[in-house]
Design a protein. Structure first.
Ligand code: THU
Length: 126
């Protein structure tokens, strides 16, 4: 049995996804991180200058870090299809613990649980 409040994380990720700014890809993503009992959620925020856009996962990470959190316990990623975090987000998250990861696809109600270390076995570190 998992001690992670997945339903709470999913609810927050879905709520954030509703606010996604994705006029270019039309692909909305929501993410929620659990850290020290608190939840930090965000969505993807795109830009006409495409590389300026940021993924939902890194948005959530920035919110958690700005609130003083340094150890993330769990991550939920919600999209239409079930998708894993991109490589850049995996690397960004890797400095903040080997968190549990739940991928949620809303279209077919797919779910898959994994860990960050399984998704990124060899992170870069200094
Ligand atoms: N995106 C995320 O927010 N998270 C991911 O894990 C993969 C991709 C966003 C970036 C872009 O706004 C859109 O999805 C399409 O790539």
């Amino acid at each position: 049995m998992s001690d992670i409040p997945w339903d709470r994380l999913i609810e927050q990720a879905v709520r954030a996804r509703d606010h996604a700014w994705a006029p270019y890809s039309k692909f909305s993503v929501g993410a929620a991180l659990l850290a020290g009992g608190d939840v930090y959620a965000s969505c993807n925020v795109e830009n006409a200058s495409f590389p300026v856009g940021i993924c939902a996962e890194r948005g959530a990470l920035c919110a958690a870090v700005a609130a003083g959190k340094r150890k993330m316990e769990a991550l939920v990623v919600v999209a239409g299809p079930m998708i894993p975090p991109c490589g850049m987000c995996r690397q960004a998250l890797s400095e903040f613990g080997d968190m549990k990861v739940l991928l949620v696809g809303l279209d077919g109600e797919q779910r898959s649980e994994t860990t960050l270390s399984a998704l990124l076995p060899g992170p870069f570190s200094l």
